[in-house]
Write a protein that binds this ligand. Structure first.
Ligand SMILES: [Mg+2]
Ligand SMILES: [Zn+2]
Length: 198
């Protein structure tokens, strides 16, 4: 059905806060940004297995006026630099600056769980979404992956434990995997590769 090594054109999309970085509320100053200890190792592992890694993050604080696009760009620059110093490569950081619109049609196609950021990465970087994964600490991250045709992993870091222990009855999708953190998820993704190539 698929050509050999087709999974190598797949990518891993990562939520930012509660996933790659600590969930600390709105980052209205770059110094509030904290990378998780295991993120460098996790992303390095994915890179070595042939996966390109992208970050996809909702940033409604822009639309709310809590911080500017300049502050956000500085935070994302630090994210990419710090990971690079650990030998971990992130191809691009995508963000949705728009507001949630509870019960009304969305004003954009990029606020997760809508899959606009993944579609954009697919267009701009030639990513094969069917061979890709999305991992995050919210069930909406899993939903984003599924809407894009990718697999979805829910992590127990950040809001994940609460999502799993108290919100499960409200889930509209079921995660392909539930993992303790991003490093465990990276190992699981790499371990799944041979099946894809068979
Ligand atoms: Mg998150
Ligand atoms: Zn958006």
């Amino acid at each position: 059905m698929t050509a050999p090594r087709t999974s190598l054109s797949g990518a891993v999309f990562l939520d930012l806060y509660g996933t790659v970085a600590r969930e600390v509320g709105y980052i209205n100053h770059p110094d509030r940004f904290r990378l998780q200890d295991f993120s460098g190792e996790a992303i390095r592992l994915l890179n070595r297995a042939g996966y390109r890694v992208f970050v996809a993050t909702n940033q409604s604080g822009i639309a709310r006026g809590y911080f500017t696009e300049d502050v956000l760009n500085e935070v994302h620059r630090r994210l990419v630099d710090r990971l690079a110093r650990e030998g971990a490569r992130v191809e691009a950081v995508y963000h949705c600056p728009h507001l949630p619109r509870e019960g009304r049609p969305p004003e954009c196609d990029c606020r997760k769980p809508l899959p606009g950021m993944l579609h954009r990465a697919a267009r701009e970087h030639g990513v094969e979404l069917a061979s890709s994964w999305m991992a995050g600490d919210m069930i909406t991250d899993v939903e984003t992956g599924h809407l894009a045709g990718a697999r979805g992993i829910l992590l127990r870091t950040g809001y994940g434990r609460g999502q799993i222990e108290y919100q499960r009855h409200r889930w509209r999708v079921e995660p392909d995997l539930i993992c303790d953190d991003l490093l465990v998820a990276a190992h699981a993704i790499v371990a799944a590769l041979p099946q894809d190539q068979g």
